[in-house]
Write a protein that binds this ligand. Sequence first.
Ligand code: NAD
Ligand code: UDP
Length: 312
Amino acid sequence: MKKRILVTGGAGFLGSHLCERLLNDGHEVFCLDNFFTGQKQNIIHLLSNPYFELIRHDITQPFFIEADEIYNLACPASPIHYQYNGIKTIKTSVMGAINMLGLAKRIKAKVLQASTSEVYGDPKINPQTEDYWGNVNPIGFRSCYDEGKRCAESLFVNYHRQNKVRIKIARIFNTYGPRMHTNDGRVVSNFIVQALENKDITVFGKGTQTRSFCYVDDMVEGLIRLMNTPDTVTGPVNIGNPREFTMLDLAEKVVAHTGSTSQMVFEPLPEDDPVQRKPDIALAKKTLNWAPTIELDQGLELTVNYFRKILK
Ligand code: NAD
Ligand code: UDP
């Protein structure tokens, strides 16, 4: 059945892949974005599709449309971008969630929240399971993002309990792939761009901190499967790749995939940078019948090829 689907943050990295996939699946897509970190370039190839509509709008302002489903992705995701204007980041998460939940309630749409592994903060347990409450510094530099996303989760469950809104909460772990911005600031795109330009690779701290990287196509598949679960499944559900790597491992892999002459340089570790992060995906496997299929080496190859083309 053809559905009308609103994707907020649809011109961003993840959002643009989601819009493309939903169109390919035969749906009508409304892409809402204020272009803070998103780019027209990400969705330019979709503009000629009559079932794709681009709407320039800021999600902190109320918005009305008739839709069957809402994917709420609008929010800067890279630490340098979300810390640039922390107040705006909080407003985007909190007021954005209120606006989208209010809309979902009014039009009886299902609504999926792009939450994050950052709700676990600097986790004391590894891997992280959905029942772990997290270890977040409420006044640190990352708190505008972490606490904004935690408040959004709370808003989602409260709209579900009080108003019976059909919700889905996805806790997304580090995701990478083509269409990340060259100046995005997140580690995978930073290392690849530095390596392709034969510049120093900036490893923060000792590089022993870990992350688990999910390729974007796997993430999009997981999000769509979560949206399509029965109404009794609300989440939160961890979606990510459980293979854990240190930043030194990642730097070495990027050098190998690019054939670069870059050297690693060590820079100070940003405040509250989590030491470890690895999703427990047992719940996603069980409720979504989902697991990632693309290993880091394969995903890096695809991402390096993308950056090679755009950096020419
Ligand atoms: P991104 O920065 O590429 O995309 C975010 C998009 O939201 C951009 O297009 C931006 O312009 C838009 N946006 C920001 N503020 C807005 C506002 N007030 N109104 C309307 N649009 C606004 O980041 P991404 O990696 O694509 O992340 C998408 C979502 O997934 C975010 O909510 C992020 O928190 C979540 N997430 C991503 C990751 C990841 O590793 N990529 C991990 C965890 C969670
Ligand atoms: N990082 C790094 N060099 C960079 C950018 C990031 O070593 O040029 C590190 C960062 O300190 C963190 C990890 O890579 O430990 C992942 O950072 P990113 O900003 O991609 O995401 P997040 O910290 O939100 O997981």
